[in-house]
Design a protein around this ligand. Sequence first.
Ligand code: ZN
Length: 178
Amino acid sequence: MAESLEFDLTLYPSPVLRKVASPIEAFDDEVKGIVAGMFERMYESSGVGLAAPQVGLKLRILVYNETGDPEQKDKEVVLINPVITSRTGDTTHYDEGCLSFPGIYAEIARPDACTVEAQDADGQPVKLELSGFESRIVQHEHDHLEGILLVDRMSAGDKLRNKGALEELVERYKAEKG
Ligand SMILES: [Zn+2]
């Protein structure tokens, strides 16, 4: 059993959130430790999904549990080097949040269904055909691996509504950077 790593959340506008993440090539204990640490951070932050850049790692790893319940281990999904091979279905709108944007929500339009091909933590191929909430989580987290953020997908109205909260995050980041 790999030792779980401890992570803090990386918040907007940290530059790592804007990088295109790099593929995982070795499926070793380090990757398993990262995955375990990401799940811990996600649950502690009451999230349902997390991408590696959100814990400061420029790596193509995402994890999710649509229930957000740490007791429901069978709902945990690990997608490494995920590729969304199709996006289908009607466009749906949903009030999305993001652990890198605490307190900010915006109605984001996405296609209802998607197919994702990836590898699991052992490097075994995974193919999932998703719709509804799970599909939305995967599309949101996959955006993170491309450096695409909630703020890029929100409407002008939502951006205006969240202007103060966004500016606060920028100020907080500047203050922490010194
Ligand atoms: Zn997010």
